[in-house]
Design a protein around this ligand. Structure first.
Ligand code: HEM
Length: 162
C-alpha cells in the first residue's frame, strides 16, 4: 500500500509580504507619512533619518520571520525598548501610529488578503501598546527579552491542497 503525504508549508509573514524589499517600502512609506503628521512629528524632531528607517526595517523583518539582523547586529530587544523610554507616548499618538501603519501597508503594496492584514494589524496593535506602556515616565520595563517572532494566528493563508 502506498501512502501519499501532502505537506504544505505555511510561509512566513516575511516571505508572504515580499521579503526585504517589501519591508523597506513599508517602513519608508510609514515614516514619509509620519513626517507629515502633526501628532507624530514632535516625537521625531528634524525628521526620520535613513539610519532610523534602516534599523526599524531590520526590526520588522526579524519579527515577521526574516533575517535576525536586529538581534545579531543592532542590540536586539534591549536596544529597541530603550529607544522608547520616557517618550511619553499618548493614546492619541499610539492610535495615529497604528493607523498610519495600516495605510502605509497599502502605500507599499503589501498583500491585502484578510489573513495577512489581520496578522499584520495584530502585531501593530500589540507592539504599539507595549511601546506606549514602556514610554511612560517611571515605567517598569523588561530590559531583556527575545525579539518576538510573529505568526499567522488563527488564520494562515488558504492554500488549496491541489
Ligand atoms: C509596533 C510598534 C512599534 C515598533 C515595532 C517600534 C520599533 C522601534 C524600533 C526598532 C526603534 C529603534 C530603532 C533603532 O534601533 O535605532 C524605535 C524607535 C522609536 N520609536 Fe518605535 N516602535 C513602535 C511603536 C512606537 C510608537 C507607538 C511610537 C510613538 C507614537 C514610537 C516612537 C519611536 C521613536 C520616537 C523612536 C526613536 C527614538 C530615538 O531614536 O531617540 N514607536 N521604534
Amino acid at each position: 500500500m502506498i501512502t501519499v503525504l501532502h505537506v504544505t508549508e505555511t510561509p512566513t509573514l516575511f516571505d508572504w509580504a515580499g521579503g526585504s524589499a517589501a519591508f523597506e517600502r513599508l517602513i519608508n512609506a510609514f515614516y514619509d507619512r509620519v513626517e507629515g503628521d502633526e501628532l507624530l512629528t514632535p516625537l521625531f524632531p528634524g525628521g526620520v533619518s535613513d539610519e532610523h528607517r534602516t534599523h526599524v526595517t531590520a526590526w520588522w523583518s526579524e519579527v515577521f520571520g526574516g533575517p535576525a539582523e536586529y538581534s545579531s547586529e543592532l542590540g536586539g530587544y534591549h536596544r529597541m525598548v530603550n529607544k522608547h523610554v520616557d517618550l511619553g507616548i499618548t493614546p492619541e499618538q499610539r492610535y495615529r501610529f497604528a493607523s498610519l501603519m495600516s495605510l502605509a501597508a497599502d502605500d507599499a503594496g503589501l498583500p491585502d488578503d484578510p489573513e495577512f492584514r489581520a496578522a499584520f494589524v495584530g502585531y501593530v496593535e500589540w507592539g504599539t501598546r507595549i511601546a506606549l506602556a514602556n514610554s511612560q515616565p517611571g515605567a517598569d520595563i523588561v530590559q531583556q527579552a527575545p525579539v518576538p517572532r510573529w505568526g499567522w494566528g488563527v488564520a494562515p493563508p488558504y492554500q488549496p491542497s491541489n
